[in-house]
Design a protein around this ligand. Structure first.
Ligand SMILES: [Zn+2]
Length: 322
């Protein structure tokens, strides 16, 4: 008998508000095209399984679970002004960027709650996965870190014991990685392009977590040009690592910028990587934590690649892993 999982996907125009000014690579056409060209057919074909979930605003208290109040106020002010930069030049402010960011975080939290309540088994927030934001600063197109807020929410509000965060975006997920470096309840595995060759310049294999959290973090940097074969090999090490833990919730940041032809990175994956990673975590989530798996869209700047990767993610969540 095949089990049919219920999947929630964030769908609504509020998810399009997180969009940097013209000529910036991170703009809402990424998500708009997914909504126009991919999602409708999935909603039709999987109408018994796939639920469209309206974006929701996070409360300020929720943001403050992770982010510092000074930084939150700084974003508010910049959002009202609507110009200047939130960091050293990658992340411009725009009018309403505060509310837009609250929608990203709120939507991720809404999926977390729906999974915890058992309304859905798995969730996908295409505009989530803003993994470079730190608790006190923006970075790399990321204003508030929805993944980090979700982890805090799970540990402190839901009070689960342990979260597994896996990140396959081409860029190292430095915000999540370093802000939880000393937290033994946050297990992290991150496959990315080598930091000597790509922003944010971090994520080396000797970094394994600090203090009592030593051994709870895994970085696997790949050199530019690495493709599916190198990814699958690295993934084997990720599974060996995951085997040692018993997480109660799994988050996958499934950035699409590792696919060949991305304008910002040098990896050469195909969307098979997204299918493989999502299917494997789908299976692992059913073995370890009742299927509690949340996928976040992350980066990806070649528009065609984004559609391929996110299609692979959705179909891997909707179909039973072999
Ligand atoms: Zn990225």
């Amino acid at each position: 008998m095949s089990m049919k999982c219920k999947v929630g996907v964030i769908y609504g125009e509020e998810a399009l508000l997180y969009s940097f000014p013209e000529f910036h690579p991170f703009r809402s056409d990424r998500v708009q095209r997914f909504y126009n060209e991919v999602l409708p057919e999935f909603l039709r074909s999987y109408y018994q399984q796939l639920i469209a979930v309206k974006p929701e605003l996070a409360s300020e208290d929720e943001i403050l679970l992770y982010h510092d109040p000074e930084y939150v106020n700084f974003v508010k002010k910049k959002s009202e002004a609507g110009y200047g930069y939130l960091d050293y030049g990658d992340t411009p402010a725009f009018k309403g960027c505060y509310e837009a960011s609250l929608y990203v975080v709120g939507s991720t939290l809404k999926l977390v709650r729906m999974i915890i309540q058992g309304i859905i088994d798995h969730g996908f927030n295409p505009v989530g996965g803003l993994h470079h934001a730190r608790k006190d600063r923006a970075g790399g197109f990321c204003i508030f870190n929805d993944a980090s807020v979700a982890i805090k929410y799970l540990l402190e509000v839901v009070k689960i014991r342990q979260v597994l965060y896996v990140d396959i975006d081409a860029h190292h997920g430095d915000g999540v990685f370093y802000d939880y470096y000393f937290d033994k309840n946050v297990i992290i595995a991150d496959i990315h392009q080598d930091g000597r060759t790509l922003y944010p310049g971090t994520g080396f294999s000797y970094e394994r977590g600090g203090g009592e959290a030593e051994g709870t973090k895994l970085n696997i940097p790949l050199m530019p040009g690495a493709g599916d074969e190198e990814f699958i090999e690295a993934w084997g090490k990720v599974e060996e690592f995951i085997d040692k833990f018993n997480p109660e919730f799994i988050i996958l940041q499934a950035g699409a910028d590792g696919l060949a032809g991305d304008p910002l990175t040098g990896l050469m994956y195909s969307e098979k990587v997204h299918e493989y990673a999502t299917s494997r975590l789908h299976k692992i989530s059913e073995e370890k934590c009742n299927g509690r798996l949340l996928v976040l869209g992350g980066g990806g700047y070649n528009r065609e690649n984004i559609l391929k990767a996110w299609r692979a993610v959705l179909s891997s969540l909707l179909n039973q892993p072999k």
